[in-house]
Design a protein around this ligand. Structure first.
Ligand code: SAM
Length: 236
């Protein structure tokens, strides 16, 4: 259903080569997304070229700057319809990806896409701040990703506890990234992070985006993440 050439060409501009299997999987993904969206609220974007640019290419953008080698562990926090985690997995099928969302139905969709594309991944129905307190997951991921889930200072408390020292939290933001980064300086420092890279870019359709990459440089103090209510009412 999607324009394969558009996807391939735009991915190539990011230095991402998509082979036949990847293109086929993106096609299945787009088709399932539109179908599931009729009964589960996954996205407002359903035009095929918009899906390619605003979802797939946007999600692949971090690969311009970060190499995600095979076997690395990634957690996609607030994954919703699978962005950016699923495109990143399709581009690198040997990544170990855990898709996390607080809404179970959305994970039903993720499992459906994994099954229909033959990809392997984990889908976990839990709140980010809860999985961040679970010893099995805390400080155990090479990458945490999140697109459009919460303001950056709040997101840092969701994501940085999950990243191991030396790993990265990759935040995909709209045009407000700069202000959000400014407001998140205390959160980044308190939670053991340091700004690695800040990139403002424009998608091929003209939409403005920001990519913020935060490196985990020291362990997160055990008191974080706090309970959901505290994170919301007294963000760092
Ligand atoms: N990342 C997807 C994207 O870019 O299209 C979905 C973005 S949607 C605006 C935000 C998602 O984050 C929703 O699916 C919501 O259920 C989830 N979410 C919000 N707060 C969360 C939390 N504390 N823990 C886990 N998931 C959360």
């Amino acid at each position: 259903m999607i324009n394969d050439e558009l996807l391939k060409e735009e991915a190539q501009k990011l230095g991402v080569h998509l082979n036949y299997y990847a293109i086929d999987r993106f096609d299945v993904y787009a088709e399932r997304l539109v179908r599931w969206n009729e009964h589960v609220n996954l996205t407002a974007i359903t035009e095929p070229d918009d899906i390619v640019i605003k979802h797939f290419i946007d999600s692949l953008y971090p690969l311009r700057f970060i190499h995600m080698e095979k076997g690395k562990k990634l957690i996609d926090v607030g994954t919703g319809g699978g962005f950016p985690g699923l495109p990143l997995l399709i581009a690198n099928p040997e990544l170990e990806v855990n898709f996390v969302d607080s809404i179970g139905k959305k994970l039903g969709f993720i499992k459906d896409v994994l099954r229909n594309t033959g990809l392997i991944g984990q889908a976990t129905h839990i709140r980010a701040e809860e999985i961040g307190r679970d010893a099995e997951h805390r400080e155990s991921y090479d990458f945490a990703t999140a697109r459009a889930v919460a303001p950056l200072n709040v997101l840092c408390e969701y994501c940085l506890p999950l990243v191991k020292v030396g790993g990265f939290f990759v935040s995909l933001k709209g045009s407000t990234g700069n202000e959000e980064l400014h407001q998140a300086r205390t959160a980044i420092k308190t939670l053991g992070g340091a700004l690695e890279q800040f990139e403002e870019y424009t998608l091929p359709n003209g939409d403005k985006r920001t990519l913020i990459i935060i490196k985990k440089i020291s362990q997160t103090p055990t008191k974080y993440p706090r309970k959901s209510k505290k994170i919301d009412t007294r963000p760092l």
